[in-house]
Design a protein around this ligand. Structure first.
Ligand code: PXG
Length: 290
């Protein structure tokens, strides 16, 4: 039996889980999504992800036709149907079928899709040796255009940044905001360590406030590491002692080179490794954060 996907209130075989070519999610990227993980049969920070999904929906004036509790039930039901205890969960809500033309008022029946599968963003060696990343020309969307807090189905500017990184021979891009300050990566938040303090750009640098980011900040506090949200420039990255990225898919991954410059001594830093270990403990074993 193949993988089952939740779509329009039903569990269907992967091959039969389809949406219309008239769905505005496809035609205009009109919709939203969430990426969540389950570890040992438990959905990690489920409430935070569902809350963010509903906020994204509200941000684009899309009414999700089920309650939060029902969505949580549907996630658990989908995991169970696929017999998965460690999984990547992708929730997609589209505007639904409409006519050819932007008007969302002509759309009916938003589609709720839940895919549960596995995800591997980076090979194991990259977690051990660290990533090389670059800053790229494509900037993160500004609050005045499309709020970066909305996890919309329109990720093209992040995809452009990813292409720019790939073309330069590295796997990930650091995106700046339109004022030239560091925002985040294409699907991950960024942290540096400088003189023992953990620093990450604040929400108003134009970032998606990552749930992994929040967990890592809480873990740092548990480990008595000083944490600061502070605007960062490329200069701050270049003189950092350590750097790492956080995200649901990547979890915590060290960065050892930025724009061809070595960070720290060129190996994953002590604080990074400590937080990576604490994150694995938090997800797989006992909760450190109370
Ligand atoms: N910034 C952006 C722009 C994101 O899209 C994060 C930061 C990290 O947020 P969380 O809450 O996950 O810590 C994201 C999350 C994918 C994928 O398929 C992308 C995300 C999440 C899961 C999978 O590349 N983006």
């Amino acid at each position: 039996m193949g993988l089952k996907v939740y779509i329009d209130g039903e569990l269907k075989e992967k091959e039969d889980a389809r949406i219309s070519v008239y769905d505005h999610g496809l035609l205009y990227g009109d919709g939203i999504f969430e990426g969540i993980r389950a570890y040992n049969g438990k959905v990690f920070r489920c409430k935070a992800h569902i809350d963010r999904l509903f906020d994204s929906a509200k941000g684009i004036a899309l009414n999700i036709p089920i309650e939060k509790e029902e969505l949580q039930e549907a996630i658990l039901q989908t995991l169970k149907a696929n017999n998965l205890s460690d999984a990547y969960i992708r929730i997609v809500v589209t505007r639904g079928c409409g006519t050819l033309g932007l008007d969302p008022a002509k759309c009916s029946n938003p589609q709720i899709i839940i895919i549960t599968d596995s995800i591997t963003l980076y090979p194991k060696e990259m977690y051990e040796n660290g990533l090389e990343v670059i800053t790229v020309p494509t900037t993160r969307t500004s609050h005045s255009a499309l709020s970066p807090k909305i996890k919309s189905l329109n990720y093209l500017n992040n995809i452009m940044a990813k292409i720019e990184a790939r073309q330069a021979g590295v796997v990930e891009a650091i995106m700046l905001n339109s004022a030239g300050a560091v925002a985040e990566c294409t699907g991950d938040n960024i942290f540096i360590v400088k003189d023992g303090t953990l620093i990450t750009p604040p929400p108003d640098s134009g970032i998606l406030e990552g749930i992994t980011r929040k967990v890592v900040m809480e873990l740092a506090e548990c480990a008595s590491v000083k944490v600061k949200e502070q605007q960062l420039t490329r200069f701050d990255l270049y003189i950092a002692d350590e750097c790492f990225l956080t995200g649901t898919a990547a979890e915590v991954i060290p960065v050892v080179k930025i724009d061809s410059r070595q960070i720290g001594d060129g190996a994953p830093g002590q604080t990074t490794l400590k937080l990576l270990e604490m994150f694995r403990e938090e997800t797989h074993h006992n909760s450190i954060i109370k």
